[in-house]
Design a protein around this ligand. Structure first.
Ligand SMILES: NC(=O)c1ccc[n+]([C@@H]2O[C@H](COP(=O)([O-])OP(=O)(O)OC[C@H]3O[C@@H](n4cnc5c(N)ncnc54)[C@H](OP(=O)(O)O)[C@@H]3O)[C@@H](O)[C@H]2O)c1
Length: 330
């Protein structure tokens, strides 16, 4: 008998909680080189919201099962599968379809995880920690003691930046929207945490003792990005990877003329597309032990069952959350 599962899917683009709905799907039988994955957890990321709204640069053919990342365990293996076993935690880099109770996948398309990996944290492994990791690796040759300045510092990416930067001996200036986050982020390893009242650049220069600040990370845009740019050292690089404030970048000419700043962008999907399999493997060889040991972690504000999709999406779209919103299955 075929197994019937619940999924969250959408047949059109629009207001997330209005277009996303729970439906039933029949799972195909697994082929010899395939496995059945029982999903355990999947977060609601800003990209999921943008995808449901139709504002993301990738549009899946509709109807589409939503959810760009998540983690599960192997429930069944095909006869020819030797690299995975029943009970093994795994995740996929397929970028859609994670908001479901189970899926069938080619055994070679999955990344295995250690048995002691906390599955709710594993569900948030493939997007935000790699984004933080790549941005700290790719753009600037950073040295211990250098400052990295970022906004949206309490986001999933922002916290990963703080935690990874600390491990590399880098210092971080972290801009947030609420004072109550200051002790929390300092406890995670942030060197300086400030709230986002403009102007910020003089304050940042004073707090860093005019130290070397070659890299800025921007997920907000508008004035916040300009203040980070003004705080960077000459020839510094500002990397934009998000636009939560929905305001365009506003740069003064002098930042280019007199500081020769460099403005770059980053998108993890594009990186995965062009990366060699060995590079992806090497990155996860670094990241997985950090998650297993609890060195890298993201707070979770609330978990929801798939059947409560509307409340979960409304909750995920609220600002001032204390952590991520996740779907937890089974
Ligand atoms: N380019 C890439 O490859 C890539 C990869 C991953 C993520 N991202 C982007 O990175 C950003 C953060 O993602 P995430 O999953 O880490 O986020 P998250 O954990 O869901 O947190 C959202 C963050 O955005 C802040 N925020 C929301 N609205 C804002 C506004 N109007 N002005 C300033 N800050 C605002 C929130 O601050 P409060 O707590 O104060 O509300 C919070 O810090 C998103 O834009 C996402 O699309 C990009």
């Amino acid at each position: 008998m075929k197994k019937v599962i619940k999924v969250i899917c959408h047949h059109e683009y629009g207001v997330p909680e209005e277009v996303a709905r729970v439906e039933s799907r029949e799972l195909p039988a697994i082929a010899a080189d395939q496995v059945l994955v029982e999903m355990k957890a999947s977060p609601i990321n800003p990209a999921d919201i943008n995808r449901l709204e139709g504002k993301y640069p990738i549009r899946s053919p509709l109807p589409a099962i939503a959810g760009n990342e998540g983690a599960g365990i192997i429930a069944q293996t095909g006869g020819a599968v030797s690299n995975l076993r029943v009970g093994q935690p795994v995740f996929s880099l397929d970028w859609v379809g994670n908001w479901c109770e189970a899926y069938v996948a080619d055994a070679n398309s999955l990344i295995p995880l250690p048995d002691d990996m906390p599955l709710e944290q594993a569900a948030m492994l493939s997007v935000n920690p790699p984004t933080a990791w790549r941005m700290l690796e790719t753009f600037v040759d950073l040295h211990p003691g250098d400052w990295v300045i970022q906004n949206a510092a309490n986001s999933g990416v922002g916290r990963a930046v703080i935690q990874i930067a600390r491990l590399r001996g880098l210092k971080t200036v972290n801009i947030v929207r609420r004072k109550d986050l200051i002790p929390e982020l300092e406890a995670e390893g942030a060197d300086v945490v400030i709230t986002d009242e403009i102007p910020l650049s003089k304050q940042i220069r004073d707090l860093t003792g005019n130290g070397t600040a070659p890299l800025g990370l921007n997920a907000v845009g508008g004035e916040s990005a300009r203040e980070i740019a003004k705080s960077l050292s000459d020839h510094g690089t500002l990397v934009t990877y998000g636009a939560m404030g929905l305001q365009p970048l506003q740069m003064s000419n002098s930042l280019l003329i007199f500081k020769d700043l460099c403005f770059r962008g980053f998108w993890i999907n594009a990186w995965y597309k062009r990366a060699e399999v060995s590079e992806i493997r090497e990155m996860f060889d670094h990241l997985i032990p950090l998650l297993t040991s609890g060195t890298l972690k993201v707070p979770i504000e609330k978990t929801y069952p798939l059947t409560n999709v509307k409340d979960a999406l409304i909750h995920a779209c609220q600002s001032s959350r204390t952590g991520k919103i996740l779907f937890v299955m089974n």
